[in-house]
Design a protein around this ligand. Sequence first.
Ligand SMILES: Cc1ncc(COP(=O)(O)O)c(C=O)c1O
Length: 426
Amino acid sequence: MKEQLALYGGPKTKTTPNLPMFIGGMEIGEEERKQVLEVLDRKYLFRYYGPEKFPSKVKELEDRFAAKMGSKHCLAVNSCTSALITALVACGVGPGDEVIVTGYTFFASCASIVAAKAIPVIAEVDETLTIDPDDIEKKITPSTKALLIVHMRGVPCDMDRIMAIARKHNLRVIEDVAQAAGGTYHGKILGTFGDCGCYSFQYHKIITAGEGGAIVTDDDLLYDRCMGYHDTAACWRPDRFAEQRYEGELFCGVNYRMSELTGAVMLAQLDRLDTLVDRMRANQKRIIAGIKDIPNIKLRPVYDPAGDVAVCLMFYLDDAAKVSEFSKALQAEGVAAGSVYNSSIPDWHIYKHWKHVIEQMTPTAIKCPWSCPYHQGEPVAYSTDMNPNTLEYLSRCITLDIPPRMNDEDCDLIAAAIRKVAAVLA
Ligand SMILES: Cc1ncc(COP(=O)(O)O)c(C=O)c1O
């Protein structure tokens, strides 16, 4: 039945308030306070050399994070960008190498490749809005060294295909799990498929300390090299001033260390991860149950729906021209939904707006890494329309966040609003 849309003067469907999409951030409470006060009371805020009676919070976080993800090692760092750069460097990615990354991710995934002095090659997404394995195969060249794949907006990439391609071409795989901590692919935790998995604890992520990040790996050598790179002074070595124990152990690094205060907050947040993901999944499931039979809208397919951490709900309309009116109509109904791509609105998550990469803008005139003399084969060039499938999918997409604190009534009203709007505009 077609009801009059709120956009055209009809009654508004959802009058309950829309909650902000701060996930772990909204839960900060007694546990975080207790952890942070413990660190302050110690008057020792640095992770290394602490008095023995005060075991490092960062180290405790690393041990618990590794166990939780089912990985042999975890290294805590100060952001996911740092984690990605560190993982790339540890994997031996550097001058002359190409790294394939998706064109729908936060710009940091791509920028980290440039920071590691390698050249990003930007691949298409498929309808899941994660990297298209067919396009990876098309973009592999003799210079390709690694795949930086992103479990975008909470959902797993096609890990079976990606790992098979990586094995066939002898490529490293770095997983960007910034937006999907706690997600799985056929039961295995995201971040544990590739050589390294990188997480973000920035404020908009599922669990958060405002800033922060982590790398997981099962590989002892990669872990050592990550450790070395993230800490210029190699404080972590049994003997900082000793000769290197193996070729490739010592090289100049940076300072991406995590502070004890961040470690403390993250210990409390880690305990919240399962509950937050469970709540988002329950909310998403309830909304989907209310909209799945609507004609002319198509839910974003997911390689393993059970592994989606459900931070959002995304669906497609059959025509990009309908998206703007549809999302305005949902907003008028009281639902905080939006379009994903509009060519005139800048968005750092869509390659088309990655001006610094598209135009190869660099801090010096040398144009590193794009002018790298070690790079073999055709120079890598970009254009704003080089990945038409990505832009086509995104232009037909509607998205809405799923705050974990939303209740059943909110979910039912959202589903009702989508039904109402779709009956008129889909
Ligand atoms: C997919 C993705 N990768 C990487 C990052 C960078 O994370 P951070 O801000 O912790 O460096 C983000 C943050 O928004 C992200 O969404």
